[in-house]
Design a binder for this molecule. Structure first.
Ligand SMILES: C[S@@+](CC[C@H](N)C(=O)[O-])C[C@H]1O[C@@H](n2cnc3c(N)ncnc32)[C@H](O)[C@@H]1O
Length: 272
């Protein structure tokens, strides 16, 4: 079992922020904007990291906004507090506060009064019980929930390589690994979340939000590749020798801007 929790590096979040912004399904923001709304926005961002969801979404929503950013990592919360979003879509003010929280332990009172709950790149890190706790907290708030960038396990590399499929299978198994908290959902998170939110009585809209990493994102593609191969080998140590040669081949392609990577994600808009 892997010791938990693994901390997410600020450098990694910084590197991925632009690709995340390009990947998130904008159509769901359109759906959100069309909903009737009686009060100013009070938005709880769960597991905010360095705050990229707010920097992306706040300028797309009209009207005054109060964001409450939750994370269990105080260093990332400090970065989020330092990098707050600018103004709303119509120039209205956006206020931000941070809360050191374990988002799987929030009770309904913690989210009371929310008009929107968001999360990004979180679901696949949770166990089934933790997901159930998050869904229950959201259901209590009875407001829309926008959950972006949950991995689906669909990865495509171009040009293809004979080792791609074995590495992908080992990576998915690593994402589903057992931890002291239980088994992580990994690529099963989207299906599990859709089912759990629907059981709570909500309507759920699902949209694809893949990263498409071409030449312009070769730095992110190289970093993602190193992490992908590393996790696959941790899961299946027998891959190490072949994977080392693979990594060199692929990094050479990325540096030469000859590698395109598509990493599948899905976004959910939950309507109570
Ligand atoms: C991959 S990062 C995503 C950060 C941010 N949402 C984004 O899209 O850039 C995952 C984040 O979840 C946080 N996290 C994971 N489990 C958590 C938990 N149980 N409670 C609070 N934060 C958690 C980590 O500290 C990290 O900031």
């Amino acid at each position: 079992m892997t010791a938990e929790p693994i901390r997410v590096s600020p450098g990694w979040l910084d590197l991925r922020e632009r690709a995340d912004a390009a990947a998130r399904a904008r159509a769901l923001v359109g759906d959100l904007r069309r909903l009737p709304r009686g009060r100013p926005w009070v938005i709880h961002d769960l597991a905010c990291g360095s705050g990229s969801m707010g920097r992306w979404l706040a300028p797309l929503l009209p009207g005054p906004q109060r964001w409450i950013l939750h994370d269990r990592d105080a260093d990332l919360l400090a970065l989020a507090a330092a990098g707050t979003p600018g103004r709303a879509a119509d120039g209205a003010a956006v206020a931000v506060e941070t809360r050191l929280s374990d988002v799987t332990q929030l009770d309904r009172g913690d989210l009371a009064g929310a008009t929107l709950i968001t999360a990004s790149a979180l679901l696949d890190l949770l166990t089934a019980d933790e997901l159930a706790a998050v869904v229950d907290g959201c259901a209590g708030a009875a407001c829309p929930v926008l959950v972006t960038l949950s991995v689906t396990g669909r990865v495509r590399l171009d040009p293809p390589d004979p080792l791609d499929a074995r590495l992908a299978a080992a990576f998915d198994a690593h994402q589903r690994r057992m931890t002291p908290r239980g088994r992580l959902l990994g690529p099963d998170a989207v299906e599990a979340a859709v089912a759990a939110f629907r059981r709570s009585g909500a309507e759920v809209v699902v949209r694809p939000s893949p990263w498409r990493l071409g030449a312009a994102e070769s730095g992110l593609a190289a970093a993602w590749l190193a992490g992908w191969v590393g996790a696959s080998c941790e899961q299946e140590p027998g891959l190490a020798v072949e994977a080392d040669l693979y990594r060199r081949r692929r990094l050479k392609q990325a540096r030469a801007r000859e590698l395109a990577v598509t990493v599948g994600h899905a976004d959910l808009l939950v309507l109570p």
